[in-house]
Design a protein around this ligand. Structure first.
Ligand code: NAG
Ligand code: NAG
Ligand code: NAG
Ligand code: NAG
Ligand code: NAG
Ligand code: NAG
Ligand code: NAG
Length: 373
């Protein structure tokens, strides 16, 4: 009996083992090493750039391409990932790897037609234009061309960008980390290109266009992007009234950044029982805003970050601010707020780590002592 049990467990062990072997065999059957031409393409791309320690701003940047050795499988190279079934390169992540040189219109990179994820951010492309062939990456879901400092792409963003109908993430920010005293926008995006992009890339979730000149009224067609979660349009040359009610139809929106545009008025919105989007970050710094803080801001109960610096907002700091229990950063500096505020009220905001009320006409009331600030 004991022997019987022993052989039974042996049998079970064996069959488990053979099952996993079969499973491993079947996955390895589908596993491909890097396609030779894609390996060549990547090596050509590597050779078309110099490595310069000044090309990337990130202090942790390092030249990943040193691991790109011709005799090895390119799917194992730093920054490269291949599709497990087809072996085609689908991810090229070259963020902050100290590349210096131009991105040519005929760069070999554009033959990687299976790419789903392309990150070239924080390198120095020597003021290249973004090649129109970027529109040939029809599978692309993630595109990051953000530049951290002065090293930006230059010129008009090609309208072919709108051919990327699978795009979920698009980042074309300039000055992403370091904003110099007098930043200059070096990229332009035509409103017609934005329209086409919205028509095609209907699934967009993240759109970062800081310091890209758009020069138009706020394009409310952005609200057609119903999956939009993060929208940052810092200093895009936008102007006019902000159609907040339309934007509040975006039920997933959690980041909204419009700082540095000429919005002038923050319209109120008619009260409704509809739930507002779960906005956590709201940036409206230097927007020429005047009038009082509209009451809808106090209904954004998820708000963690609110920047209203450098506007001309007036009136008292509303008491209802203290309903925003998730606030971590509250910056109201350089406005025309008036009246007394009680420091004790701010103690209710347990998560607050940054509070700036400076350069207003406020008086701080602290245990019956008045402190002008
Ligand atoms: C099968 O692959 C898994 C994970 O990939 C590994 O943990 C396991 O040891 C492998 N089994 C055999 C028999 O090779
Ligand atoms: C960068 O651009 C300048 C001016 O167009 C050019 O003279 C220089 O050769 C370029 N450098 C590289 C590495 O491409
Ligand atoms: C295309 O590539 C060749 C070398 O491969 C180069 O000499 C030529 O200048 C490039 N043309 C453009 C428009 O970038
Ligand atoms: C949408 O993308 C396709 C290619 O994917 C392109 O042919 C078409 O012109 C694009 N539409 C617009 C409005 O840009
Ligand atoms: C946005 O949606 C409206 C209504 O569905 C439609 O008329 C308009 O053409 C759309 N705009 C774009 C740019 O897709
Ligand atoms: C804000 O919330 C109050 C209730 O707390 C509600 O009466 C009011 O309609 C809301 N306003 C908006 C614009 O949703
Ligand atoms: C919201 O208000 C409308 C009338 O203004 C009403 O018909 C609807 O049932 C209300 N919805 C909820 C969820 O209370």
């Amino acid at each position: 009996m004991a022997l019987h049990l022993f052989s039974l467990s042996l049998f079970l062990l064996y069959s488990l083992f053979s099952l996993t072997t079969i499973a491993n065999c079947s996955t390895s059957l589908h596993y491909h090493a890097c396609h030779q031409h894609e390996s060549r393409v990547l090596l050509q791309f590597k050779q078309s750039f110099m490595i310069s320690e000044y090309a990337s701003y990130d202090p942790l940047s390092h030249p990943k391409t040193t691991s790109w050795i011709p005799t090895t499988d390119c799917c194992s190279w730093h920054g490269i990932q291949c599709d497990e079934l087809t072996g085609h390169v689908i991810v090229v992540d070259l963020r902050s790897i100290q590349l210096y040189g131009s991105l040519d219109a005929n760069s070999s990179l554009f033959s990687l037609v299976h790419l789903q994820h392309l990150d070239l951010s924080d390198n120095d492309f020597n003021h290249s234009q973004i090649p129109s062939r970027i529109g040939e990456f029809s599978q692309l879901r993630y595109l990051n061309l953000a530049q951290y400092g002065e090293n930006t792409f230059f010129g008009e963003v090609p309208p072919q960008l709108s051919h990327l109908r699978n795009l979920l993430f698009l980042d074309l920010r300039s000055y992403h980390e370091y904003i110099p005293p007098n930043p200059i926008n070096k990229l332009q995006l035509k409103i017609s290109s934005i329209r086409s992009l919205i028509q095609n890339a209907t699934g967009l979730e993240t759109l970062y266009l800081n310091f890209v000149t758009i020069s138009s009224s706020i394009p409310d067609m952005l609200t057609n992007l119903t999956s939009l979660q993060k929208l940052a349009l810092f200093r895009c040359g936008l102007y006019g009234e902000f159609p907040i009610e339309k934007f509040f139809k975006l039920k997933m929106l959690n980041v909204l950044g419009l700082s540095g545009n000429k919005l002038s008025l923050l319209p109120g919105i008619s009260s409704s029982n509809e739930t507002l989007p779960p906005i956590q970050e709201l940036g409206l710094r230097s927007c020429n805003l005047h009038g009082e803080i509209p009451s809808w801001i106090m209904n954004l109960t998820n708000l963690a970050y609110l920047d209203l610096d450098y506007n001309n907002l007036q009136g008292q700091i509303p008491h209802s601010f203290f309903k925003l229990l998730n606030l971590e950063i509250l910056s109201l500096n350089s406005n025309s707020f008036q009246g007394q505020i009680e420091l004790d009220m701010f103690l209710k905001l347990k998560r607050l780590t940054w509070l700036d009320l400076s350069a207003n006409k406020l008086t701080l009331l602290n245990e019956k002592v008045l402190i002008p600030i």
